[in-house]
Design a protein around this ligand. Structure first.
Ligand SMILES: *Cc1c(COP(=O)(O)O)cnc(C)c1O
Length: 406
C-alpha cells in the first residue's frame, strides 16, 4: 500500500469511528447540551471534604488519575484471576524487595488471610475446615498493649489471641499450638522491640506478622519491616498509597503468600472468598503502588507545608488566632497538619464547636478535630487529603466561623 493510500484509509477509519458513536458526545433528551451525570445529586449523597486523615467511614483516600485510568482501561477484557493475582503479586514483590506479595481486600483481609495461611499452610483439608478445625484452638501471640480493634480479623479464623508482656513472657508463651505472632506497628507502647519480636518468633520457627496499615509516609516503611525480618507485612491500599479503598497489600515469605492465596478468592469455598478483590482493583493497586514509589516525596511534603501556610495566613486574619505546623509522631498518619489555637475570651467558640459547624455546613468539611480547655481552644486542620481547589474553601470556612464569634 502506498503512503498516500494509508493516509486515506486512516482518514476513513476515523470517520467511521465517529459515525459508530464512540466519539459523539451524549446528548440530553431536551436539547444539544452534553449530559453530565452527577451521581451524588441523583442519589442525594452529600459530598464531603476530608480535612482530616484517611478513614474508612469517609471512603479512605481519593484515587489518583493514573489509578482511575488503569481501572477504566482494564475493564474491557476478561482475565484469569489466578494468573492476574500471580503476575501482579510478582511485580509488587519485586518493587518491595521481598519474596512474594498479593493484593487483598484491605489490610483487615490481609490479617485474616495471613492468619489463615499460618494455620493451614497448603493443606486442603485444613483450608476447608477453618474456622472449625478439630483439636485445640490455634494460638496467635500479641503484646498486651498491642490489642486493638482489628485483631478480630485474627479470631475470625478460629485462632485465639494469647497476650504477653516483655520478651521473656513471649518466649515462654510459644508452644505447639502457636501458629503466628502479630505486631501492631502503631501501638502506643511496646514491651518487645521489633527486633526482639522477630528473633523470638524465628527461634521457635513461628511466622511473625506486622500490621503497618496506615504507616506511610515515609515511603521507606514499605521496605523496613521485611528487612527487619518479619515474615508477613500488610499495608492498606486505600490510605496514603491512594489505591482503591477496598484493596490492600500482603507481602513476605513465599510459602505463606501461596497459602494465603489458597485461602482466598477466586477459590469458591475458603474463608477469604467473601473478601474478593476485582480485576480492576488488582491492576489499580499495582498502579497506585508504582505511582507512590515513583512520587517525589520531598515535593509532596513541601506541597503540604505550602497548603498549611496558605490556610494559616487566611485564618490568622482573625485577631487572636494563631496557627502552627504540627507533624504527627507516627508511625500512623505521620504527616503535617495545621494546628490552630485561640483565646476563648476573644474568640468565643470552642474547637469542638468549630469542627461541628464545619461538618454541618455546605459543603460538609469533615475530619477536623477540635478541643477546648482552660479558655484555650485548638483545632487540627488536615491538608493531605484536600483536592487543590479545596484548600482555600477550607481556609475561608474556618476563618468565617472564627470571625463570626470574635
Ligand atoms: C486501617 C487499618 C486497618 C484496616 O485496613 P483496611 O485496609 O481498611 O482493611 C488495619 N490495621 C490498622 C492499624 C489500620 O490503621
Amino acid at each position: 500500500m502506498k503512503r498516500r493510500e494509508i493516509i486515506k484509509n486512516i482518514g476513513l477509519l476515523s470517520i467511521s469511528g465517529s459515525v459508530a458513536g464512540a466519539v459523539v458526545p451524549v446528548v440530553s433528551r431536551a436539547g444539544t447540551m452534553p449530559e453530565k451525570r452527577d451521581l451524588f445529586k441523583e442519589l442525594g449523597v452529600t459530598p464531603v471534604i476530608n480535612a482530616g486523615v484517611t478513614m474508612t467511614f469517609l471512603s479512605g483516600s481519593l484515587m489518583l488519575p493514573e489509578v482511575l485510568e488503569v481501572i477504566n482501561s482494564t475493564a474491557h477484557d476478561f482475565a484469569n484471576m489466578y494468573e492476574l493475582q500471580d503476575k501482579v503479586g510478582a511485580k509488587i514483590a519485586e518493587m518491595l524487595h521481598c519474596e512474594a506479595a498479593m493484593v487483598t481486600s484491605g489490610a483487615a483481609c490481609a490479617i485474616v488471610l495471613g492468619t489463615a495461611a499460618a494455620i493451614t499452610g497448603q493443606d486442603p483439608l485444613k483450608i476447608k475446615l477453618i474456622p472449625n478445625l478439630p483439636g485445640p484452638r490455634p494460638e496467635v501471640i500479641m503484646q498486651k498493649t498491642h490489642r486493638y480493634l482489628f485483631d478480630q480479623a485474627v479470631t475470625t479464623t478460629g485462632a485465639q489471641i494469647i497476650e504477653v508482656e516483655g520478651p521473656e513472657e513471649m518466649d515462654k508463651a510459644i508452644n505447639t499450638n502457636t501458629v503466628m505472632t502479630l505486631f501492631f506497628n502503631a501501638a502506643e507502647k511496646s514491651s518487645v522491640t521489633h527486633e526482639e519480636f522477630v528473633a523470638i518468633s524465628k527461634k521457635h520457627n513461628v511466622p511473625s506478622f506486622i500490621d503497618a496499615a496506615a504507616d506511610v509516609p515515609p515511603v521507606e516503611n514499605l521496605f523496613k519491616y521485611q528487612k527487619i525480618g518479619f515474615d508477613l507485612v500488610t499495608f492498606s491500599g486505600g490510605k496514603m498509597i491512594r489505591g482503591p479503598q477496598s484493596a490492600g497489600l500482603l507481602f513476605g515469605r513465599k510459602d505463606l503468600i501461596e497459602a494465603a492465596k489458597l485461602n482466598h478468592s477466586p477459590h469458591e469455598a475458603p474463608i477469604g472468598r467473601p473478601m474478593k478483590v476485582n480485576k480492576e482493583e488488582m491492576f489499580g493497586m499495582y498502579a497506585a503502588l508504582k505511582a507512590y514509589l515513583e512520587r517525589d516525596h520531598k515535593k509532596e511534603w513541601q506541597d503540604w507545608l505550602d497548603r498549611i501556610k496558605r490556610i494559616k495566613s487566611i485564618v490568622e486574619t482573625v485577631p487572636g488566632v494563631l496557627g502552627e505546623t504540627s507533624v504527627y509522631p507516627g508511625p500512623a498518619n505521620a504527616f503535617p497538619s495545621l494546628m490552630l489555637r485561640w483565646d476563648e475570651q476573644k474568640v468565643k467558640i470552642t474547637g469542638r464547636e468549630v469542627a461541628e459547624a464545619l461538618k454541618s455546613g455546605t459543603p460538609s468539611i469533615a475530619g477536623v478535630s477540635g478541643k477546648g480547655k482552660d479558655g484555650k481552644s485548638e483545632l487540627r486542620v488536615g491538608v493531605v487529603l484536600l483536592r487543590p481547589d479545596q484548600v482555600s474553601v477550607v481556609a475561608n470556612r474556618v476563618k468565617d466561623i472564627l470571625k463570626k464569634n470574635a
